[in-house]
Design a protein around this ligand. Structure first.
Ligand SMILES: [Zn+2]
Length: 195
């Protein structure tokens, strides 16, 4: 199966989801300042949260607002705004590299259920402004987590760029940056454009 089929290739699935205008229930958050490496909170495994806690829902809204305010940012974990809690927001809608697209995904206590088709690719991070790195990640994943405020567990299947983005955010919650995943200094590059 081709991993990165050309645009127009019949094997290339069209992005399926569209973010509702204004991000629906996740609108109205506050744009927070993000922290950059080597801030200790980025290297700290985050704590499980109570998804029913209104402060978790508020944090999730702030993550969405902060992600939207950062050009090119497709995902943001809570410790990137200094809060060591297991919550992230992710949205690859409209990204040219996106294959699958679940739209805006906000998860508490997320976990990787399945992963396959590992391949190396370039990635960047809001918390590592000056570098990109070559990281081997699965191109097909299943992620489960709880939607803050709703309490229901959702399961998301993703492939390609979105799958990589999920793993990148899950890593943040474990206190890992892409810098911890590269094979060595040769796999790091000065950043010219955002991921
Ligand atoms: Zn990141």
């Amino acid at each position: 199966m081709p991993v990165d089929p050309a645009p127009g290739d019949p094997a290339r699935p069209e992005p399926t989801a569209v973010v509702p205008p204004g991000d629906g229930p996740w609108a109205g958050g506050t744009v927070l300042s993000s922290v950059t490496a080597p801030a200790a909170v980025l290297s700290t495994p985050c704590a499980e949260v109570d998804p029913a806690d209104p402060t978790v829902t508020a944090l999730a809204r702030d993550l969405v607002a902060t992600m939207r305010a950062a050009p090119g940012c497709v995902g943001l974990a809570a410790n990137q705004v200094g809060v060591a809690a297991r919550v992230f927001a992710l949205d690859v809608t409209g990204h040219p590299k996106a294959r699958s697209c679940a739209g805006l995904v906000v998860l508490a206590n997320p976990r990787l259920v399945a992963a396959s088709q590992r391949k190396k690719g370039r990635e960047g991070c809001l918390s590592v402004p000056d570098l990109t790195g070559d990281v081997a990640r699965a191109r097909r994943v299943t992620v489960a987590g709880v939607v803050p405020g709703r309490g229901e567990e959702v399961v998301v299947e993703a492939d390609g760029f979105e799958a990589v983005a999920f793993q990148h955010e899950l890593d943040h919650l474990e206190g890992l940056l892409f810098l911890d995943r590269v094979a060595g200094a040769h796999a790091l590059h000065a950043r010219r454009t955002y991921l």
